[in-house]
Design a protein around this ligand. Structure first.
Ligand SMILES: O=P(O)(O)OC[C@H]1O[C@H](OP(=O)(O)OP(=O)(O)O)[C@H](O)[C@@H]1O
Length: 182
């Protein structure tokens, strides 16, 4: 990662990107990681993350939105199935697991939803949690709780980027650090 003139640049798996940035309320200006719409970068990052998937993992779990293409690509490369938690209730959901997510980095409290047929695919399985970015760790903790409630166990936590400083209570593996603000 390099930072100059309010721009953050990263090079992963031979693919370089200058990250766009945006004002995010009281957080000031933050660098944005965008996998949606960028298959070349997503594939390069997933290739590098492959070795971080803990041994024995049977299923990958992620949450919409930006991490979804990354998890899809990791699933393709690893041969492991993946499940994806939603942030909205859909009318077709049947007895979903509903888990409130704490107010996170951007200060937006959310509710996560995992439909029961998908939760059933985590039952009795070792599940690796996949994220695009880990910041406060709130998303990861919420996903871990959903794994527990589904009857699975968390095999580990992997993310492309760690944004910000400070200790994380979860044993995360990640590729690159990013500043919390620029
Ligand atoms: O470690 P945390 O503090 O929980 O923050 C990390 C989460 O924040 C971002 O998601 P965002 O809420 O922006 O959602 P999006 O992917 O739907 O844009 C990012 O994609 C992670 O999922």
């Amino acid at each position: 990662m390099t930072q100059a003139n309010q721009e953050v640049s990263v090079k992963i798996g031979g693919v370089s990107r200058t990250l766009p940035s945006a004002r995010a309320g009281s957080m000031g200006r933050v660098p944005l990681v965008e996998f949606i719409g960028d298959s070349e970068f997503t594939k390069a990052v997933a290739r590098e993350m492959l070795v971080m998937i803990p041994e024995g993992t049977e299923v990958l779990l992620t949450v919409v939105t930006n991490a979804l293409p990354l998890a899809h690509e990791l699933s393709h490369l690893s041969g492991l199935p993946y499940e994806c938690v939603r942030k909205k209730r859909r009318p077709y959901m049947q007895d979903p697991i509903i888990q409130d997510a704490p107010s996170m980095t951007l200060g937006v409290a959310e509710t996560f939803w995992l439909d029961s047929p998908h939760a059933a695919r985590l039952h009795g399985k070792k599940v690796a949690i996949v994220q695009d970015v880990i910041s406060s760790g709130g998303t990861a903790q919420t996903l871990a709780r959903i794994v527990e409630r589904s009857g699975g166990t968390v095999s580990g936590y992997v993310a492309a980027f760690r944004q910000g400083e400070g200790a994380l209570s979860l044993p995360f593996k990640y590729l690159e650090k990013l500043p919390a603000r620029i």
